[in-house]
Design a binder for this molecule. Structure first.
Ligand SMILES: *[C@@H]1O[C@H](CO)[C@@H](O)[C@H](O)[C@H]1NC(C)=O
Ligand SMILES: *[C@@H]1O[C@H](CO)[C@@H](O)[C@H](O)[C@H]1NC(C)=O
Ligand SMILES: *[C@@H]1O[C@H](CO)[C@@H](O)[C@H](O)[C@H]1NC(C)=O
Ligand SMILES: *[C@@H]1O[C@H](CO)[C@@H](O)[C@H](O)[C@H]1NC(C)=O
Ligand SMILES: *[C@@H]1O[C@H](CO)[C@@H](O)[C@H](O)[C@H]1NC(C)=O
Ligand SMILES: *[C@@H]1O[C@H](CO)[C@@H](O)[C@H](O)[C@H]1NC(C)=O
Ligand SMILES: *[C@@H]1O[C@H](CO)[C@@H](O)[C@H](O)[C@H]1NC(C)=O
Ligand SMILES: *[C@@H]1O[C@H](CO)[C@@H](O)[C@H](O)[C@H]1NC(C)=O
Length: 535
C-alpha cells in the first residue's frame, strides 16, 4: 500500500528544497541540495553501466549498424528507416557513462550515414524524438566539458550538421494547409503522405497531438545551435493550434489526440496524459524551463497550468474504496472518463514534480507524488515486479467503463485487493515509471525512489535471466513474464538504461538545473543553465 506518512515526509523534503530564484527568471534551482559525494562509488551505477556494455556487445555482434536488435533470433530489424536507430538513440547514454570506445564506434557510424535518404516511408515523430533528439543531445553533452572527450572534433561537429541535414530533409511535412506537420513522408520522393481519421462518418486529413506538439523543444534547440530560425518558426506555428483548441475540449486544457491538418481543429475529445497527447503536455513546461525569456513560452506555461489544474479537478481519480491511489484517467473520443490509464501516462508524476518545483507550487508537487506512488504500486503488485501496459479500475460508483468488467469475477477480485485490474498485461521496456522515480529522487532527495528504480532493474534481470535479459515480455503476472518478445527497442538504450544510471550516479551528472530532457530522455543544455549563468 502507498503509505500516507511517506507522502508527508516527502512533501516536507520538497518544501525545504523549494528553489529560490537565484538569478532572475533564467535560473531556478529545482534539484534537492544534495551533499557532495552523495552516491560516491554506488555499485548500482556500475551495474547499470555494465548492463549497457553487455547489451551493446549483443547489438554490435548481431545487429550493428541496423536499427534494432532481435535478441531471440540474433538478428536485426530496420523499422526506423535504416539509419542505425539504436546507435543514434543510445549514444548519449554511453557518453554519460564514459564508455568512450563504444562512443567512438557510434560517432563513426553517425558521420557515415546519409540522413537525407531512406527507401522507407519515414515517420516525423520518431525522426524527431529519437534521431534529432539523440544527435543534439550527444552534441550538447560532449561540448559541455562535463564528460570524457577523447573524440575527434570533426566527428563531434558531424552530430550537429547531421541533425541539421535531417531536419531540412524532413521539412516538407510542414507543407500542409495549416503548417501542422503531416505524420509521414516518402523519403525517396519528398512527398508527404496524409493520414486520415474518420469521425462521425466524415474523413479528415489528420495529425496527432503528440506529433504536432512534440518538436518544440528539439526545434528550439536546433535553431539555437545552428542559428537557423526556420526550425523554431515551424514549431511555433503548430503549437498555436494546440494551445488555442477549437472546438473547446471536454474539460479545459485536456485536448484530444487528433487534429484536422486542413483547419487546425481538434476532431476528437480523447484527452488525458496517455499516448497520443502525453509529450505535448510534457513539452509545455519543459520549453518554458529551457528558455524562460522566449516570447511564446508564457502562453505554453499558462496552458500547462490549465491542463494540470483541470486534471486535478476532473481526471485525477481514486478507484472505488482505494483513496490511497490516484490515477490519471484517459477520456474516450466523446470526452467521457474511461477509468483507465496506460503506462505512458506514468511520465506525468515526474513532469508534475518538475513543474511544481520550478514554479514553487506545492499543490502540483503533491499531485506529482501521488501519481508517481500509484505507478510504483502498479509495478510493486505484479509477479514480475514490472508494470502492465494498460490498467483500469471501478469508479466511485463501483462501475467499470467497459461494461463487461462489471460482472467479471477475476477483475472484481483483483481490483478489490489492489485497487486496479489489468487490461493489457504486456511489458514493453517502459521507461516512464523509471523516469518519474528519477525526477522524484532528484527533486526530493528521498532515497526510497532510488530503491524503487533498483527494484525495477533487478526485476528486469531476474525476469529475463532465464534467457535474454532485455527482451520484452507478454505478461507481467506470469512467472518470468510469460512469452519473451523478440525485440529490443532503441529506447531501451536511450531511456531505460539512462534513467537507471542517472538515479545511482552523482546528482550533478545531468543536473536538472542545467539540462532539460526531451521525451526520449535526451538531455539538452538549457539556454540559460544555472551553472553557466553563475559563471
Ligand atoms: C535476418 O534478418 C534479415 C533482414 O530482415 C533477413 O533477410 C534474414 O533472413 C534474417 N536472418 C535470419 C537467420 O533470420
Ligand atoms: C515512394 O516513392 C517511390 C518513388 O516514386 C515509389 O516507388 C514508392 O512506391 C513510394 N512508396 C510508397 C509506400 O508509396
Ligand atoms: C486531404 O488531402 C488531399 C491530398 O492533399 C486532398 O486532395 C483532400 O482534398 C484533403 N481532404 C480534405 C477534407 O481537405
Ligand atoms: C461527433 O458527434 C458527437 C456526438 O454528436 C459530437 O459531440 C462531436 O462534436 C462530433 N465530432 C465531430 C468532429 O464532428
Ligand atoms: C461517440 O459518440 C458518437 C455519436 O453519438 C457515437 O457514434 C460513438 O459510438 C461514441 N463513441 C464512443 C467511444 O463512445
Ligand atoms: C515492493 O516494494 C517493497 C518496498 O520498496 C520492496 O521491498 C518489494 O521488493 C517490492 N516488490 C516488488 C514485487 O517489486
Ligand atoms: C475477465 O477479465 C479478464 C482480464 O481482462 C479476461 O482475461 C477474462 O477473459 C474476463 N473473463 C470473463 C468471464 O469475461
Ligand atoms: C543479474 O542476474 C545474473 C544472473 O542471474 C546475476 O548473476 C547477477 O547478480 C544479477 N545482477 C543483479 C544486479 O541483480
Amino acid at each position: 500500500m502507498v503509505s500516507i506518512p511517506y507522502l508527508l515526509l516527502t512533501l516536507a523534503a520538497i518544501s525545504n528544497a523549494v528553489p529560490s530564484v537565484t538569478s532572475g527568471k533564467t535560473c531556478r534551482q529545482v534539484q534537492y541540495d544534495f551533499p557532495k559525494n552523495t552516491n560516491k562509488h554506488d555499485p548500482r551505477a556500475e551495474a547499470v553501466k555494465q548492463a549497457y556494455a553487455r547489451e551493446w556487445r549483443e547489438y554490435s555482434k548481431y545487429a550493428f549498424p541496423n536499427d534494432e536488435l532481435l535478441p531471440l533470433s540474433h538478428n536485426y530489424t530496420n523499422d526506423l528507416f535504416g539509419w542505425g536507430a539504436t546507435v543514434v538513440d543510445g549514444i548519449d547514454t554511453a557518453i554519460i557513462m564514459g564508455l568512450t570506445d563504444i562512443v567512438e564506434q557510434q560517432l563513426k557510424h553517425i558521420a557515415s550515414v546519409d540522413f537525407t535518404k531512406s527507401a522507407d516511408i519515414v515517420n516525423f515523430f520518431d525522426i524527431n524524438i529519437r534521431y534529432l533528439g539523440g544527435l543534439l543531445s550527444a552534441y550538447d553533452l560532449i561540448k559541455s566539458g562535463q564528460f570524457p572527450n577523447p573524440y575527434d572534433d570533426d566527428l563531434v561537429e558531424e552530430l550537429l550538421s547531421q541533425a541539421k541535414s535531417l531536419a531540412s530533409a524532413i521539412s516538407p511535412v510542414f507543407d500542409t494547409a495549416t503548417g501542422l506537420p503531416a505524420s509521414t513522408m516518402n523519403f525517396s520522393t519528398g512527398e508527404i503522405m496524409k493520414s486520415t481519421t474518420t469521425v462521425n462518418g466524415t474523413k479528415y486529413n489528420s495529425t496527432n497531438t503528440a506529433q504536432a506538439g512534440t518538436m518544440i523543444l528539439e526545434y528550439y534547440r536546433l535553431s539555437d545551435l545552428t542559428g537557423d530560425e526556420s526550425f523554431r518558426q515551424h514549431a511555433r506555428k503548430a503549437e498555436k493550434y494546440l494551445i488555442n483548441p477549437k472546438p473547446a475540449p471536454a474539460f479545459p486544457g485536456l485536448i484530444g489526440t487528433e487534429l484536422d491538418t486542413e483547419t487546425g481543429n481538434l476532431i476528437t475529445l480523447d484527452g488525458g496524459w496517455q499516448a497520443g497527447v502525453d509529450s505535448f503536455i510534457e513539452y509545455l513546461i519543459k520549453t518554458y524551463i529551457y528558455d524562460p525569456e522566449d516570447d511564446m513560452v508564457e502562453q505554453l506555461l499558462d496552458f500547462w497550468i490549465l491542463t494540470v489544474e483541470s486534471s486535478k479537478k476532473n481526471i485525477a481519480l481514486s478507484p472505488y474504496h482505494h483513496p490511497e491511489l490516484t490515477f490519471l484517467s484517459q477520456l474516450d473520443q466523446n470526452g467521457t472518463i474511461m477509468s483507465s490509464m496506460d503506462d505512458y501516462a506514468c511520465f506525468a508524476g515526474g513532469n508534475l514534480l518538475l513543474g511544481g518545483a520550478y514554479l514553487d507550487r506545492p499543490d502540483i508537487s503533491e499531485l506529482g507524488l501521488k501519481v508517481t506512488d500509484s505507478c510504483h504500486w502498479l509495478y510493486n503488485t505484479t509477479v514480475t515486479g514490472l508494470g502492465p501496459s494498460t490498467i483500469a479500475w471501478y469508479n466511485e460508483h463501483n462501475k467499470a467503463y467497459e461494461k463487461t468488467y462489471n460482472k467479471n469475477s477475476t477483475t472484481r477480485s483483483y481490483a478489490a485487493k489492489y485497487g486496479y485490474f489489468i487490461e493489457d498485461p504486456s511489458y514493453r521496456s517502459y521507461p516512464e515509471p523509471l523516469e518519474s522515480f528519477w525526477y522524484a529522487y532528484r527533486i526530493t532527495g528521498d532515497k526510497r525512489w532510488q530503491e524503487y528504480n533498483w527494484e525495477i532493474f533487478e526485476a528486469l534481470n531476474t525476469t529475463r535471466s532465464k534467457s535474454v535479459p532485455y527482451a520484452e515480455i507478454s505478461d507481467v503476472n506470469a512467472p518470468f513474464g510469460g512469452e519473451l518478445v523478440n525485440y529490443v527497442s532503441s529506447f531501451y538504450f536511450a531511456e531505460v538504461l539512462k534513467y537507471l544510471y542517472l538515479t545511482f550516479t552523482e546528482p550533478d551528472v545531468v543536473s536538472l538545473d542545467d539540462y532539460v530532457l526531451n521525451t526520449e530522455c535526451h538531455p539538452f543544455l538549457k539556454k540559460s543553465a544555472c551553472k553557466s549563468s553563475e559563471n
